[in-house]
Write a protein that binds this ligand. Structure first.
Ligand SMILES: *Cc1c(COP(=O)(O)O)cnc(C)c1O
Length: 300
């Protein structure tokens, strides 16, 4: 199901100055649905569910959440039931993400935005399953186990030669894992895809031992209009990046990540002899919500 042997490192250094190494770790290739960082963030929760004899995984997300569909597909692969608690009313036409989650056997429960904030199991779920059989995974996989799973990303390859590791940041769980899994001489940089989400710094620290707090580094300059906003500038960049590198990206996370790294290199924010590893965290299914023809590459 998860094909770690499919992941690889692509070099995009030829686009940049002679001494700068820029590589992309293609976690998007491990599975089309459970792609990228989502598998790593889920794996420790799944082990916990199996060990504790839980047979239902319940989690939270919006209508376009990569985490929701990845949880649905992962639960199915491990013969576990899955429940998705979805923010907001049920739309007449469900998003591709939610349709796919249903295809993987996830039961969806729609809750109002106010109720969603509490992150509680709806009564209908509690009526159907006993709370002992349910393992709850926080929204986006945020939590110590999510961080521990993400820390394994850097174990898939020999990452020792890189002095920068850069990733897209939502909840910060992946960044926390990369920080935990990094060597002392490596800087780990997160590119926030949410606008002014400064509290993420504290949320990341919360997942890390105190002696790692000084490694937390998030750049807030590349939200490009805010979460899940697909500006023409971003889509144009994603198409150009694909033409130049052959690497597809998604408009919510990795498009902004590549945009940011490209821009920071142009602005000489990294020293010229830097060795940069960009984490392609997957999420390509999210592009299905874009109008047809927005992108020159197929996402799934
Ligand atoms: C969820 C997601 C992220 C964000 O990961 P966090 O651990 O929440 O920061 C990054 N990239 C992709 C493709 C994602 O789906």
């Amino acid at each position: 199901m998860i094909k770690s042997e499919n992941l690889r490192i692509d070099s995009v250094s030829s686009m940049y100055k002679f001494h700068t190494t820029v590589d992309v770790l293609r976690l998007d290739l491990i599975n089309p649905v459970i792609s990228g960082n989502k598998w790593f963030k889920l794996k420790e929760y799944i082990s916990q569910a199996i060990e504790a004899d839980k047979n239902v995984i319940a989690t939270f997300g919006g209508a376009y959440s990569n985490h929701i569909v990845a949880t649905a597909a992962t639960a199915k692969a491990f013969n576990l039931k899955s429940v998705g608690i979805i923010r907001g009313e049920r739309a007449h036409d469900l998003s591709h993400t939610l349709k796919n989650a249903i295809n993987y056997g996830m039961e969806l429960f729609f809750v109002s935005r106010e109720a969603y904030k509490k992150k509680e199991l709806p009564e209908e779920v509690k009526a159907k399953y006993s709370t002992q059989e349910i393992l709850q995974i926080p929204e986006g996989g945020y939590g110590i186990r999510g961080m521990e799973g993400a820390a394994q990303i850097l174990k898939q390859i020999d990452a020792s030669s890189y002095n920068y590791i850069v990733t897209a940041t939502g909840t910060g769980t992946t960044l926390a894992g990369l920080i935990n899994g990094s060597a002392d001489n490596q800087q780990v940089l997160g590119i926030s895809v949410l606008k002014n989400n400064f509290s993420v710094n504290e949320e990341i620290k919360h997942l890390l031992p105190q002696d790692r707090w000084n490694k937390v580094q998030v750049n807030f300059d590349y939200h490009l209009g805010g979460y899940a906003k697909a500006s023409n500038e971003l889509l144009t960049f994603m198409n150009q990046w694909y033409e130049q590198t052959g690497i597809p990206s998604d408009f919510v996370y990795t498009g902004k990540l590549f945009y940011a790294v490209n821009d920071l290199i142009q602005k000489s924010s990294f020293s010229e002899d830097s060795r940069i590893l960009i984490i392609h965290s997957g999420g390509l299914q999210g592009n299905l919500s874009l109008p047809n023809g927005s992108l020159i590459f197929k996402s799934v």
